[in-house]
Design a protein around this ligand. Sequence first.
Ligand code: C2E
Ligand code: CA
Ligand code: CA
Length: 575
Amino acid sequence: MNNQQAPENFYLYPNKLVETIFHSTTEGIMITDAEMRISLVNSAFESLTGYKMEEVRGKTPKLLQSGKQDASYYKKMWEDLKNKGVWRGEIWNRRKNGDIYPEILTITSMVDTEGKLTNYFGIFSDISNKKVIEKELEELTLTDHLTSISNRSSFNELLFNLITDSKNSPSKHAILFIDLDRFKQINETLGNEVGDLLLIEVANRINTVVRDSDIFARYGGDEFLLAINSMEHQKEAVHFAKDIIKKLNKPFYINEDEIYITSSIGISIYPQDGVEVEELIHKADKAMYFAKQNGRNQYAFYFEELKRDSKRLLLLEAELRKAIQAKKITIAYQPKVSVDKQDIIGVEALVRWTSDKLGFVSPGEFIPLAEDTGLIIPLSELIIEKVCLDILDWRKEGINKLPVSINIAALHFQQDDFIERINEIVMQYNCSPQQLELELTERTVMHDSEGIVSKLIKLKNMGFKISIDDFGTGYSSLSYLNRFPLNYLKIDSSFIQRITSLKDKQAIVDSIILMAHRLHLKVVAEGVETKDQVKLLKEMDCDIIQGYYYSKPIPSTELLDFLELWDIHKQEGNI
Ligand code: C2E
Ligand code: CA
Ligand code: CA
């Protein structure tokens, strides 16, 4: 055996010299624990893969897989590692931006004094520049290797030609920047291979609306560009965008998975938004980002104010990153009231952030941004930590078992180590899962995968309660939800807000409550603001009410006063 013995903890507490060498070498270095969870990477790793240390810590190197090697390749690698303690070979990996690249990689297993496996040590160098792939690159210069449509440089060239030919004519062209929403999650949950197959299917579907004279290309990752040649009117671009969104909204069937995706499209127009290729693409990209921020699954045209908006986004991201590091977020709690006994039966934890530079920022704005940038993982963990700390504070005041529900973002839930991490945090603060509820949206659990069911069962067995949040805004399939071990169903506020005026909304809420009860789920109505709504919901046999009518979300300290006053008012018969 070639196993290396690691000086005890040397890489966790590197001395200055080792640290300097570690970070200055041009080879990427990655150290994992025995379970292959990354514990340390060096600067070269960060620049070669595009992932920062904090993004990969705790994840497995699967994150880097390109899907180019098959299972037998990895099987051989594991055999070598087991038998010889070391493996060396050429492997295609994937950078954070989606590019794949070849590397030469050596992995060594490390053991402790008793011979027990403690870590793996991987060292690699990027060989994309080597001759090996020169030939492949040649082919790649015009077509995208995955989807076989044009690639980025080919698009740039073709659009340049189109613009040059239009110089002396009144022609108008539209540039559509098409980006899949939450594609990263699909890659992470179903694997890059499925992700790749999906991209091929997406390209095929878009291709059905493309005419011979148009230019259609994959721009990189999950981004596609379409230039619509010679439009009479801007409306034509709208027609194309709507058509594409509709086509991509239909389910995709890949291997055994039924996959739902949406897309966001940004549109810029030649010549009004620009006469240079780069500027037109840039503006279409900005408009796409706007469409995403605006709720995804839609298109948007470029408009001048976007210049300012993109600056805000950059600032938001940077400030949010800092806020998470400094743990400068707080939690507000909104009480939930039982309809029968008028008791406060729990509270929902809602994150609050006031930035030094930007002032109060609504979670409606920064949560989607955090989801897009991956910041949602550290942010979500911080939220859980803060909730646990508040629970400890309440205990000191004699409030021991108040249930707290926490919103769980899809990307967070889909992490392989979600259960371990949440358990770790809850245990660390000596809190009990019995006191916690996890709110998941339909979209989060809607992937047709067994993994999700077993994850939910595990969580339930640990003691967590599970709620489906925003019910009615997604697929709204109660029969589907039947497969999951759920406790609560939260009807989205958009239904509640109109039950007193619209008969059809009333009928929907009525039947949701009926069916939920048949599935033994308790129903929470969200966003309840008026007495009339409360009355109606009571008649419909709704179980729990949450909304401004009873209380806005309030800071932890105010909550204690609120609970005390509530009891007094109740005793006096004022509620
Ligand atoms: P949500 O989970 O549906 O949360 C309910 C939202 O409705 C909250 O907005 C709450 O303040 C608001 N609300 C409650 N009662 C009423 C009412 O009577 N009328 C009206 N008009 N609104 C009411 P908020 O806090 O701005 O949060 C917005 C969304 O951001 C949340 O929707 C949730 O999706 C997300 N979010 C908030 N906090 C967290 C968090 O800690 N983690 C995650 N992952 N997402 C969060
Ligand atoms: Ca919620
Ligand atoms: Ca909700």
